[in-house]
Structure formats: structure tokens, C-alpha cells
Ligand binder design. Structure first.
Ligand SMILES: [Fe+2]
Ligand SMILES: [Fe+2]
Length: 206
């Protein structure tokens, strides 16, 4: 198991995350911009696709559909921004890597039972991914050597923080706030275990 420094009080207060990303992750990102931009590009694509599939699955939930429709555009816009950075630098969009983190989160989602519980988990998984992306972008915005890239990630950080709150608020639109809060705590605890077991490249869980 990796050892982790405590998460900064700021980040914890905003996002509730229990553990920070392994600090070596930023160093690694600095070394291979092509890899970090490619991974990032796929994260944005997946975010757009996940929002579309929520809209398709919950077409009757008007507030959800209306709230997520612009997020699809926004996430796809993020993908295009990342793609433009790759092109500008003559870097290639690499292959999509296996996302051990997202796969592990997926296994925590309730698949049976009442629809309410399944909807709650899907929204909280999205909130979790957004919160962790926000924390990673914050690290990149502070840790990357290049001033332009630090600013680039600062903008993403702000945008993903907004998405994290949107998914929590959407959950509270349909489900009792107390239930949302309780389940979110369980998600935070589970996610901390995943982060503590994730290798620095994010490929594997020990
Ligand atoms: Fe995004
Ligand atoms: Fe997002």
C-alpha cells in the first residue's frame, strides 16, 4: 500500500475526499505530457458519454435531462480543448488505457433493488469522479513546470468542481437529502480505499 500525506484542509473541506492523489502522480504527468493529455482527453469523452447515457436511461426525469444536456456540451468542449493542446504540440492522442479507478468505482454501484438506489449510486459515482478530477487538476495546476499548463489545468479544476456539486444537487432533487449524505460518506470511504491501493500510474489496484 502506498503511503499518503494527509489531504489539504482546503480540498477536504470543498470535496470531502479523504486521501490525496499520490504526489508522484504530478511528477509523472510533468514527464509525459502526451500521456497525461491523452488520458485526460479520454476522461472528458467518458464524462460526456456518461451524461448522455444518464439522459437516455432517465428520460422521464426532466430536471436531470435539462441539467445534464449542457454538461454534455461542456465535457465535449473540454475534450476538444485537450485535443487542440495535443495537436498544437504535435503530440498524438494515444490509446485509451484501462481505467482501474473508474472500474473499481463501478463495482460499488448498486445494480439491483429499487430504482432510487441505483439512480443515487450513478449520480454519486459521477460526483466522485468529478471531485477526484478536480483534485488532480488542482495538483497539476500547482505542480506542473509550465505556467501555461498550470493555468490550463486551473480552468479545468474550476469547471469540474462545479460538476461535482451539480451531481450531488441532482441526487438531492430526487432522493431524500439524509440518504444522499449517508451514501456519499460511504462512497468517500470506499474511494479512499481505492486511492490507497491504486498504483501511481492509475493502471492497477494492488
Ligand atoms: Fe470536464
Ligand atoms: Fe466534469
Amino acid at each position: 500500500m502506498e503511503t499518503h500525506e494527509p489531504i489539504s484542509p482546503d480540498t477536504r473541506a470543498i470535496l470531502g475526499l479523504h486521501l490525496p492523489t499520490d504526489p508522484r502522480w504530478v511528477n509523472l504527468a510533468g514527464k509525459s505530457l502526451e500521456e497525461i493529455l491523452s488520458d485526460h482527453a479520454y476522461c472528458e469523452q467518458k464524462a460526456a458519454v456518461s451524461c448522455i447515457s444518464l439522459i437516455q436511461r432517465y428520460n422521464q426525469k426532466e430536471k436531470l435531462v435539462i441539467a445534464l444536456a449542457p454538461i454534455v456540451t461542456e465535457e465535449w468542449g473540454h475534450f476538444r480543448l485537450v485535443l487542440a493542446e495535443l495537436q498544437k504540440r504535435n503530440l498524438k492522442l494515444g490509446l485509451q488505457r484501462k481505467d482501474a479507478y473508474a472500474n473499481a468505482l463501478f463495482t460499488f454501484c448498486q445494480t439491483g433493488g429499487a430504482e432510487e438506489g441505483r439512480l443515487l449510486d450513478q449520480l454519486l459515482m459521477m460526483a466522485m469522479i468529478e471531485a477526484r478530477s478536480c483534485e488532480r487538476f488542482k495538483r497539476l495546476s500547482e505542480g506542473l513546470g509550465d505556467e501555461y499548463m498550470r493555468r490550463f489545468y486551473r480552468r479545468f479544476m474550476e469547471s469540474e468542481a462545479g460538476h461535482y456539486t451539480l451531481f450531488i444537487e441532482l441526487a438531492e432533487t430526487y432522493i431524500d437529502k439524509e440518504k444522499v449524505r449517508k451514501r456519499w460518506q460511504e462512497w468517500l470511504e470506499y474511494e479512499a480505499v481505492i486511492i490507497s491501493k491504486l498504483d501511481v500510474r492509475g493502471d492497477r489496484i494492488h
